[in-house]
Each structure stands twice: as structure tokens, then as C-alpha cells.
Design a protein. Structure first.
Length: 354
């Protein structure tokens, strides 16, 4: 039984890896095409594009894991069934419970790898990729750090804490210097948007430093004299995707204590918490594909149904986020809902397996 168990586990891991490599190959091509219009902007040449695409791969692996697990398991079991190896295993005393046990063990191994990519490698690699791209396309004008975006311009520097998904700047601080690098003023703004070719800031507090005194003024809205293109700082979701769970949790607490909205960040946090469970749900769904109604179907049909299940899960996962924020559904419920729906489907299909 140990030999059969080891052989089944090895086969599953092999085909999960092959599916991952295939999808990563497609993703590399897609991301390269996506970056092609930026090629030649500033110092953003072919070596920088290739490095950027490579650094984005850990995030792609993390995103692909649920679908890859489902397809890998389906292909592995499908080939075993086509070669009558599953029949031999069943005849040798390997029950469906034994098969499910192997699936669960392999799934746990895969979700450990998924957590490693999602919470350790991906945030670090993404931060490095975005810093590389911003610095190269701006010709050194923009620098991305853990403290936000730093933009160098004539007479001063500007720090941007984060950028929302709609392109709105948040937490902007502009330092203006005079002769001998003497600090002249500090302008702080809560938010900023690009309107009619200019930056418009809201919630502005302006502090000016003079020889004998310091003055402070407040403005509800102010047109900024800063001249920089939104394209060179166009980094979406800087405040969520490039943080691990601990950093994201700390950021949510900071925003909550500051009286800022946390709905989107709470959803992202709980979505990341439950993401590894998607691997378990998707892999358990593969069992009915082999022993259930599709056991006599062709490999192409099995893969088609598997892709539909995986794509359906992805669409539902992306859909519940905005809906939960609009209708104020608790973030934890919205995050776990897709998993519950597909887990119920999996249990129903698995109960019909003989």
C-alpha cells in the first residue's frame, strides 16, 4: 500500500507541476506583451522588462494554485484511469478513502508551498519589481520604498503613502527646498487626483518656514503646481498586494485608528487567510471527476469541466469583493462564501461516488 500511495502522490505532484509550468509560460508571454508598450521609456529596456516579468512570477504562482491543483489532479487521475492503473489500485485493496487520504496529504503539501509563495516570496518580489519598473521608466525620478513612493522634482521631493485602485493618491507630503537645500515649506494632503492635466489635492495643510516665524494654513481643496505624469507612479494596490498578512493587519489597525475606511483592506486580509483552503476544495473536487459521472468521459471533456469549475471559482472570488463592500457584507463572510459554495458542490458530488 505504501508503494501505491507514493506512486499516486508522485504522479499527482508531477502533473500539477507540469500544468503550473504550462500556465506560467502563457503568463510570461502575456506579461511581456503587456509591458511591451513601456519598453524604451526612460531606462526601461529589455533586461529590465525580463527582470520585471521574472519577479512577478511568485505572485502568478500564488494566484494560479487553486486552478492548477484542480487541473493537475484531473489530468493525473485521468491518465491513471486511462491506463487502467486505478483499476489495479482498487483491485489491490486501495479504497476511495485511501485515495482521498492521498489527495488530502498532497493538498496540504501544495498549500504549504502556496503560503510560502503568497506570504513570503510574492510580497518581496513584487516590491522589488515595482521599484525596478518605477525607477527605470522615470529615469531615476521615482523610488518605491516600504514607506511609499518618493518622487524627486525640481526644488523638492514628494512622498505618496499609497495609491488606491482608482488611481487616487493617499497621504501626500511635499517638501519644498530653497537655496542651500533650506526647507521652505511642507504641504500635506489627505488625497489627490489628476484632473484636466493637473493634480488636485484635498485636505491640505501647508506649513511655511520663514526666517523669523512659521505659518500654517489649511485648504479643503487646492490645485497643485507639481508637474509629473500619473503614468510614472501608476502602481495599483500598492498598499495591499505588496504586504504580507502581518503587515496588512498592522496597516488595517493604523487606518482604523485614523478613522479611515478599512472595508477593502479587511476583505483582502480575510481573502488571503482563506486562500490556502481553496487548494483543498479544488483538489477534492477532482475525485468525482474520476470516480463519478465523468469516469468514462474523455480527457478533453474532463479538462473542459475542470477549467469551467476553476474559472467559475475565480470569477466568483473576484465578484464577491466589490459586492460585499457596496452592500456592507461582513468581510469574513464574503471571503469564505466562494469556498463554502464549491465545498458543498464537492461534498454532493463526492457522496455520489461509488
Amino acid at each position: 500500500m505504501k508503494i501505491l500511495t507514493a506512486y499516486l502522490a508522485k504522479t499527482i505532484i508531477t502533473y500539477v507541476s507540469l500544468v503550473m509550468l504550462f500556465l506560467l509560460g502563457l503568463q510570461i508571454f502575456i506579461e511581456f506583451i503587456h509591458e511591451f508598450p513601456h519598453l524604451g521609456v526612460g531606462n526601461y529596456g529589455l533586461p529590465q522588462v525580463l527582470m520585471y516579468v521574472a519577479l512577478m512570477l511568485p505572485y502568478d504562482i500564488y494566484q494560479f494554485f487553486p486552478m492548477v491543483s484542480l487541473l493537475g489532479f484531473i489530468i493525473a487521475f485521468g491518465l491513471l484511469a486511462s491506463n487502467s492503473e486505478l483499476i489495479v489500485m482498487r483491485a489491490s485493496g486501495m479504497s476511495i478513502i485511501n485515495v482521498v487520504s492521498v489527495v488530502i496529504k498532497v493538498s496540504i503539501f501544495l498549500l504549504i508551498i502556496m503560503i510560502l509563495f503568497g506570504e513570503v516570496l510574492s510580497p518581496m518580489a513584487q516590491r522589488k519589481a515595482l521599484r525596478l519598473k518605477a525607477n527605470a521608466t522615470s529615469g531615476g525620478q521615482v523610488l518605491l520604498t516600504r514607506h511609499g513612493i518618493w518622487l524627486h522634482h525640481k526644488g523638492g521631493v514628494t512622498n505618496i503613502n499609497s495609491i488606491a485602485s482608482g488611481g487616487e493618491l493617499r497621504g501626500i507630503t511635499n517638501y519644498q527646498f530653497g537655496d542651500n537645500i533650506k526647507l521652505q515649506s511642507i504641504n500635506r494632503a489627505a488625497t489627490g487626483v489628476y484632473e484636466a492635466g493637473k493634480w488636485a489635492f484635498k485636505g491640505v495643510v501647508q506649513t511655511e518656514f520663514k526666517d523669523t516665524m512659521t505659518t500654517s494654513s489649511s485648504f479643503s481643496k487646492q490645485q497643485s503646481a507639481l508637474k509629473f505624469s500619473p503614468k510614472i507612479i501608476g502602481v495599483d494596490n500598492l498598499d495591499t498586494d505588496q504586504k504580507n498578512l502581518f503587515q496588512l493587519h498592522s496597516y488595517i489597525e493604523y487606518r482604523g485608528q485614523s478613522g479611515l475606511d478599512v472595508a477593502r483592506y479587511l476583505f483582502a486580509f480575510w481573502q488571503r487567510i482563506f486562500a490556502p483552503l481553496a487548494v483543498l476544495v479544488m483538489t477534492l473536487l477532482a475525485i468525482p471527476f474520476i470516480f463519478g459521472a465523468l469516469r468514462s468521459a474523455t480527457m478533453g471533456l474532463r479538462m473542459l469541466v475542470g477549467v469551467l469549475f476553476g474559472f467559475g471559482f475565480y470569477i466568483l472570488h473576484q465578484f464577491v469583493g466589490p459586492v460585499s463592500i457596496v452592500y456592507q457584507v461582513p468581510a469574513i463572510l464574503a471571503s469564505v462564501l466562494p469556498l463554502l459554495i464549491f465545498a458543498v458542490i464537492g461534498v454532493i458530488l463526492l457522496s455520489r461516488v461509488r
